[in-house]
Write a protein that binds this ligand. Structure first.
Ligand code: FAD
Length: 379
């Protein structure tokens, strides 16, 4: 990759589904990789913290196969090569993303981790719209020269922000506490007593796998509702509509995937028959040897696996003060209402592979319309 310096029109941060979709639409509409931009041409730099293509899919556990994922939407303009259903998603998806980057010559610079985005003081002092200053670390965490840009399409996902609810006594527990991000394989839990926390699709998957080798205890805040029949487009629209409304109001949001509800599968029916889906109300505290249940029972556990979801990774944007008093960031489409130089992709309603695709296109359309009023920075 090239060096991170100079001034560009747009920086895409993150090259998962959302960032690659955005990059594709930018390139298709004539925005040039900064290293190749001639004077007067719009320019883009694409930065990604990963050591290779695939976004967060690089990090999924091996038993999450193309058959067991929720459903992955292809990237724009490139059909998925028929994947073997038994292929782990952590191999098949990165290979597909790598093909995409090659085919469309998407110049992703990696590993480059953006650590801070702030107003550029020089241009801020001149009045008008300030440029943004992007601070990043390159290979071996070596700081790169800051980059200045008119706009940012932020597509940094959630994988780096695992969420664990605060629990009384959590620090006293002498066993292991893991999160979804730490899960490698069920065999690591062989012979243990394992508490699995969470009412989502990840928790259900872990229960089924771990119960084969260990004694499981399933904790959820509320009774999970599993529905019959396939997941329809109408269900998808409903889940997305709810999140769009929250984002419009500037309320904090989880991912769409966490709002789509759960469906019975043959494997889950089987798990139910085996008595694995006996859910316990969320425990009230963690003790040195396990947990204290809502009814006062002390349950010994070796490991607590928190399948309690993620938050959006936007910590590097903190200096811009985008969060409101409610703790959310209000969006108009993908643009931050209080600072339209910033677009959030894969955020709220677009935190799914289908949403990420759409957000990439929508953000590019909105951004190019806004830039229309200003000359290209490479002029
Ligand atoms: P990511 O794929 O997370 O990509 C973000 C990229 O940004 C990464 O490459 C990361 O390295 C980079 N990055 C992060 N921080 C920085 C930084 N500071 N500087 C530079 N780069 C940075 N959705 C579906 O539609 N179908 C499914 O089957 C499905 N299964 C899922 C299973 C699991 C276990 C999880 C956790 C989520 C699943 N999702 C699924 C949701 C999924 O995460 C999204 O659909 C989508 O893949 C997210 O794409 P993204 O581009 O927003 O984020």
């Amino acid at each position: 990759g090239g060096s991170v310096d100079g001034v560009v029109d747009v920086v895409v941060i993150g090259a998962g589904q959302a960032g690659l979709s955005a990059a594709h639409h930018l390139l298709r509409r004539g925005v040039r990789p900064a290293a190749l931009a001639a004077p007067g041409e719009r320019s883009v730099v694409i930065l990604d913290a990963g050591s290779g293509p695939g976004g967060a899919w690089r990090h999924r556990w091996d038993s999450l196969t193309m058959a067991t994922v929720n459903g992955i939407r292809e990237l724009p303009g490139m059909p998925v090569v028929e994947a073997d259903p038994a292929d782990p998603a952590n191999r098949a998806v990165p290979e597909y993303f790598a093909d995409f980057e090659r085919r469309f010559e998407v110049p992703v610079q990696r590993p480059v981790r953006v650590v801070r985005v702030e107003d550029d003081q020089e241009t801020a002092a001149q009045g008008g719209t300030a440029l943004l200053r992007v601070h990043a670390l390159g290979p071996d965490a070596v700081p790169l020269p800051p980059l200045r840009t008119r706009a940012i399409l932020n597509a940094t996902g959630t994988w780096t922000r695992p969420f664990l609810p605060a629990t009384p006594g959590a620090a006293d527990f002498r066993g292991r506490q893991l999160h979804t991000v730490d899960y490698v394989r069920a065999a690591d839990f062989a012979g243990q007593r394992v508490g699995i926390v969470g009412g989502g699709i990840s928790a259900l998957g872990f229960l089924q796998e771990i119960a084969d080798v260990a004694e499981t205890f399933w904790y959820t805040r509320s009774e999970p509702v599993l529905e019959d029949g396939p997941f329809t487009q109408e269900d998808g629209r409903e889940a997305v509509a709810g999140v769009i409304e929250r984002v419009r109001q500037g309320l904090p949001v989880g991912s769409v995937v966490s709002n789509t509800g759960l469906r019975w599968t043959p494997a889950l029916r089987d798990a139910q028959r085996r008595g694995l889906l006996e859910r316990r109300p969320m425990f009230v505290r963690t003790t040195p040897d396990g947990v204290r249940e809502a009814d006062g029972t002390e349950t010994g556990l070796d490991t607590i696996l928190w399948a309690t979801g993620f938050r959006h990774e936007v910590r590097h944007l903190r200096p811009l003060g985008l969060h409101n008093a409610a703790g959310g960031i209000a969006l108009d489409g993908t643009a931050v209402v209080s600072d339209p130089r910033i677009h959030l992709l894969g955020y709220g309603p677009s935190a799914s592979t289908i949403g990420a695709n759409r957000a990439g296109r929508a953000a590019v359309t909105a951004l190019l319309a806004a830039l229309e009023r200003e000359p290209a920075v490479s002029a």
